[in-house]
Design a protein around this ligand. Structure first.
Ligand code: SF4
Ligand code: SF4
Length: 349
């Protein structure tokens, strides 16, 4: 499967996605503006709380082409963060006490400077999260020792595994992905990841395989733990349930399957003010592969930069100015505030 970008698909253009999101009245379904909901909750303008996470998207290159990917990542994407831009991130980090750096992509490990970057962040004494798609570990011999490398730097590994059954996972991520993911999970377990008392955290991410909200995070975690242990002798720490946001390839799926309007209505009906107060953009700064600054990885994919009165690029990082900004919101934000809420850390309410 090719990315939308390689297909020259209309949805590869973020302004077209924003047009679709703004067409609230299509098919007679009038959806309230997200800003209106936030105002009712006393949260407009949405302001940052304390900056706790620097999330760095080191490139769109990926060994997979998952159906619901919000980055439109894939092997055909070439956008990649350079070492010079990574250095700017490190310089900014060194000026702050931001405790956590969250590395994402694409498959972040495919960036040729990935290991160097991890070593530098580790030297600054910050906790590192890597959003690892699992299959990258077994994709090529040069990645086989990633589990040891992660363990050496105490990296918290967060990996998506849409389901504990091969069929459901492969349908979303590609043929054979489940079997390769299990092999990678065993390699992570073998160095201590997910094993009680090791201090090495391995979390899994669940996202629904269709136009519906995830079930209870705690219930899903119990079920995943039992099934993965019984059927594959695999252990992990936490399960993070994430709602699919209506952008990029998931938007394509919604439009093609005729589910777009009903999914948006579902999200709006499930709006939860407690989840809205806890959205991840309030405590995260997102950095794109080219150093541009965003409120979150979703805004990044929609080319919605941070507000104009804040620095736009990591080279002009200014924590105080960023703290004063209003977070840029749009209709896709309903995905973060529905039901139990959704963030890169799972449920928020
Ligand atoms: S592994 Fe992640 S980044 Fe890669 S295509 Fe799948 S969802 Fe996108
Ligand atoms: S999509 Fe981004 S900006 Fe919108 S609520 Fe979610 S995290 Fe915040």
């Amino acid at each position: 499967m090719k990315s939308l970008h390689a297909q020259h698909h209309a949805l590869a253009d973020s302004s077209y996605q924003l047009t679709v999101l703004s067409e609230a009245e299509a098919a007679g379904a009038r959806l309230p503006a997200f800003a209106h909901k936030l105002r009712e909750s006393g949260l407009l303008p949405l302001r940052p709380t304390e900056l706790a996470v620097m999330q760095v998207n080191v490139g769109k290159m990926c060994n997979q082409t998952c159906r619901h990917c919000h980055v439109d990542a894939g092997p055909d994407r070439t956008e990649i963060m350079t070492r010079a831009t990574m250095q700017l991130c490190l310089d900014a980090l060194a000026q702050t006490t931001i405790p956590v750096v969250d590395l994402t992509g694409g498959a972040p490990e495919m960036n040729p400077d990935f290991r160097w970057f991890v070593e530098q962040i580790s030297a600054l004494g910050r906790q590192i999260i890597v959003r690892c798609n699992l299959t990258i570990i077994v994709a090529n011999p040069k990645y086989y020792n990633l589990p040891e490398f992660f363990a050496r730097h105490g990296v918290r590994v967060v990996s998506s595994l849409p389901h504990f059954s091969a069929g459901r996972t492969d349908a979303q991520r590609g043929e054979g992905v489940f079997a390769r993911s299990i092999r990678a999970l065993r390699m992570l377990n073998a160095v201590g990841y997910g094993v009680e008392g090791s201090g090495l955290l391995l979390d899994l991410v669940f996202n629904p395989a269709g136009a519906f909200l995830p079930g209870s995070q705690a219930g899903l975690e119990r079920e995943f733990k039992q099934r993965l242990l019984r059927e594959h002798e695999v252990v992990f720490n936490n399960l993070l349930a994430i709602t699919n946001l209506p952008i990029s390839r998931f938007m394509e799926y919604l439009l093609e399957s005729g589910n777009y309007e009903s999914y948006m209505q579902k999200l709006v009906a499930a709006y939860n003010p407690v989840a809205a107060a806890n959205v991840m953009c309030r405590s995260t700064l997102s950095i794109g592969w080219d150093g541009q600054l965003y409120d979150c990885d979703f805004n990044q994919q929609l080319d919605l930069n941070v507000a104009q009165n804040a620095p736009q690029h990591i080279r002009s990082f200014d924590a105080a100015a960023l703290q004063e900004r209003a977070i840029v919101i749009n209709q896709h934000c309903y995905g973060c505030t529905a039901g139990a809420g959704s963030s890169c850390g799972g449920a928020t309410a």
